[in-house]
Design a protein around this ligand. Structure first.
Ligand SMILES: [Zn+2]
Length: 427
């Protein structure tokens, strides 16, 4: 077997280096040894111990490998769905079910997840908060040497179903040996009974696993938790009457308060989307340590409102950013979502000079934080040598972060994982 080319025992240099943890470095360089970062600085201040090492000089901007805070790589084959446009979450869900039910061969989930991993790698992503709904998609991160967590998803479990074998099946799945890190994803507070979510989060916590769910993605979600509005559960047909929220006419709680009541919030949990949350709900997330991964392009395809990006930034949230899957997004290029976040924040009135710095932080350190990792997401001595280079031209006097955020999409020329070159273009 041919091994990957390596950057171990060499210097990766670029016109600009963005360590994220620290100021941008003009004519910067990273020394790599045994898959780790041995040194970061300006090329002209290279310590003598690295003086004899080969130097590869790249055009553009070098960053830590990007961290995708919310994906479902197993839906990479659903790109035709993601190229459409929809009028509501319920409308998109109906179309999604058609695609999902059409998959006959379970091996397709594994093939699609591998295709997705390759696409993401080619755009500079090296770590994922990845949701696995079907077993054949599991293990793909480890297979590709990618970092992150594969969250096993539970969906459509009422208490009745959970008690009739669902609990045993899910627990057995969770405890099945696998390569890589496992987490628990209660799909959403509307698609599982609250009691089931309480048990799922307890299962995760008793195993030291993280939790990841979809919250505040549908416009009508809040009215289900509040007074039992059935609309968000439309695709469940008659079965929706089996859900406790419908039977009981809701709980009178707001979305985040309901999520808190079923133990879904906490520093060991992060949520995708967080669109339809008011100030009190957002404060509850922040104060409970629950982070949000925003997926702006997916939201746009599905026809949802824009997430309150400017509010999240102003209110002191440390956000992450995700592409979601190709079933609701045009690509797995995380920098396209970073650009979309910046545009939204600006259109919502965020005018602080740190905007580009903060959205890049979301795609690196913010993502690492939702994976509970401190060894990825930044360039610092001792961290993993997971690197990406983007061939963007930085104008004279321009902040390289602005260049990367606004023109970085599609420009990745090099992706390195643990010192191994896993993508190289136009060298
Ligand atoms: Zn999702």
């Amino acid at each position: 077997m041919r091994s990957n080319p390596t950057v171990n025992d060499s210097i990766v240099a670029a016109e600009w280096v963005l360590p994220i943890a620290g100021a941008a470095i003009h004519h910067g360089a990273v020394a790599v040894r045994e898959g780790r970062i041995a040194w970061v600085g300006s090329l002209e201040s290279l310590p003598s111990e690295f003086a004899g090492w080969p130097v590869a000089l790249h055009a553009g901007v070098l960053t830590p490998g990007l961290v995708n805070g919310h994906t479902h790589l197993q839906y990479t084959g659903f790109a035709d769905l993601g190229r459409g446009s929809y009028t509501s979450f319920e409308h998109w869900s109906e179309e999604f079910e058609v695609f999902y039910d059409a998959v006959q061969d379970p091996a397709e989930w594994g093939r699609a997840a591998r295709d997705g991993a390759a696409l993401a790698l080619a755009s500079g992503t090296t770590a994922f908060a990845e949701i696995v709904t079907d077993e054949p998609a599991r293990g793909v991160l480890a297979e590709f040497g990618l970092q992150g967590i594969e969250y096993l998803e539970a969906i459509g479990e009422t208490e009745t179903r959970w008690n009739a074998g669902g609990r045993e099946a899910f627990t057995a799945w969770l405890d099945q040996p696998t390569a890589g890190v496992v987490g628990v994803s209660p799909h959403a507070p509307y698609s599982l009974d609250g009691e089931v979510i309480r048990e799922l989060t307890a299962l995760a916590r008793s195993r030291g696993m993280r939790i990841h769910s979809h919250v505040g993605e549908s416009e009508v979600e809040a009215s289900l938790y509040d007074f039992g509005n059935r609309d968000v559960l439309e695709i469940y047909g008659d079965m929706r009457d089996e859900f406790a929220l419908i039977r009981n006419g809701g709980t009178g709680l707001s979305t985040a308060r309901y999520a808190a009541s079923i133990d879904l919030l906490g520093a060991d949990s992060h949520l995708a989307h967080g669109i339809y949350l008011d100030r009190a709900d957002r404060d509850l997330l922040r104060d409970s340590g629950t982070r949000v991964a925003l997926c702006p392009r997916s939201n746009r395809v599905i026809g949802l409102a824009a997430a309150p990006v400017a509010d999240y930034l102003r209110e002191g949230h440390e956000i992450a950013v995700g592409t979601d899957s190709l079933s609701s997004s045009p690509s797995l290029d995380l920098l396209a979502d970073v650009a979309a976040l910046a545009e939204l924040a600006t259109s919502q009135g965020y005018a602080d000079a740190d905007l580009h710095e903060r959205v890049l932080y979301a795609a690196t350190v913010g993502g690492a934080a939702v994976l509970d990792r401190t060894d990825i997401g930044a360039l610092r001595e001792g961290m993993r040598a997971d690197l990406a280079v983007f061939d963007v031209k930085v104008a004279e006097g321009e902040d390289p972060r602005t260049a990367l955020v606004t023109r970085g999409e599609g420009s990745c020329t090099l992706t390195v994982i643990g010192g191994d070159v896993r993508h190289a273009r136009g060298a």
